[in-house]
Design a protein around this ligand. Structure first.
Ligand code: COA
Length: 162
């Protein structure tokens, strides 16, 4: 882990661990605690790796329970990562309905990622972007609807949690 999790991240990871241990009630309570304190809605049964950081304590962050978020990704405030009217597709033999986000991805403030899309490792999503299509590994996607404006080369890739 590159950075220590902030409070909302710790509350989420505790809720997820308790859910995986099949401990009742407490995960729901912890989810509501994050909701009350930080106005974020992060279901305890979402597959979010434990190094994922919620910038500004996840203020206004909403994540669908079927999303998947890999290690060392940074998600800024007021981001939505959600489903899109029941759209689905099959990725690696699995039906997906919400974004799958890779490692070391930056999801900037106010971005909205919708539906069964895949965001590759090291990608960067611009502030305020609305992303409804896949973003390739190392791709930088900005705007509404989001377009990939560049693909970072090896020297341009940064650790977003450094
Ligand atoms: C996506 C981002 C990381 C890309 O940064 P970058 O690699 O330095 O990109 P550049 O500044 O070279 O921009 C590339 C192009 O995309 C455009 N662009 C960049 N960010 C954009 C955005 N959020 N929305 C629309 N267009 C954007 C630039 O104007 C530029 O267009 P041009 O080539 O026509 O001039 C950055 O622009 C961004 O959105 N950061 C937000 C970080 C954040 O959330 N901060 C909040 C902290 S509280």
């Amino acid at each position: 882990m590159l950075r220590e999790l902030n409070v909302s991240g710790k509350i989420f990871q505790l809720s997820r661990t308790m859910h995986l241990l099949k401990i009742p009630i407490i995960p729901k309570f912890l989810k509501q605690l994050n909701r009350i304190i930080f106005s974020c809605d992060i279901p305890y049964n979402t597959d979010i790796k434990n190094s994922v950081m919620f910038g500004h304590n996840g203020m206004g962050l909403v994540i669908n329970k079927n999303a998947k978020i890999d290690e060392n990704t940074l998600i800024m405030q007021h981001v939505t990562i959600g489903a899109n009217m029941g759209k689905f597709r099959v990725v690696d033999g699995k039906k997906i309905t919400a974004p799958y986000i890779g490692k070391n991805v930056l999801i900037s403030a106010g971005a909205i990622l919708l539906g069964p899309i895949v965001v590759g490792d090291n990608a960067q999503i611009g502030a305020g972007a609305v992303v409804t299509k896949d973003v390739p590994e190392n791709g930088v996607a900005v705007g509404v609807p989001a377009k990939v404006v560049k693909v970072l080369n090896k020297n341009e890739i940064k650790e977003v949690l450094a």
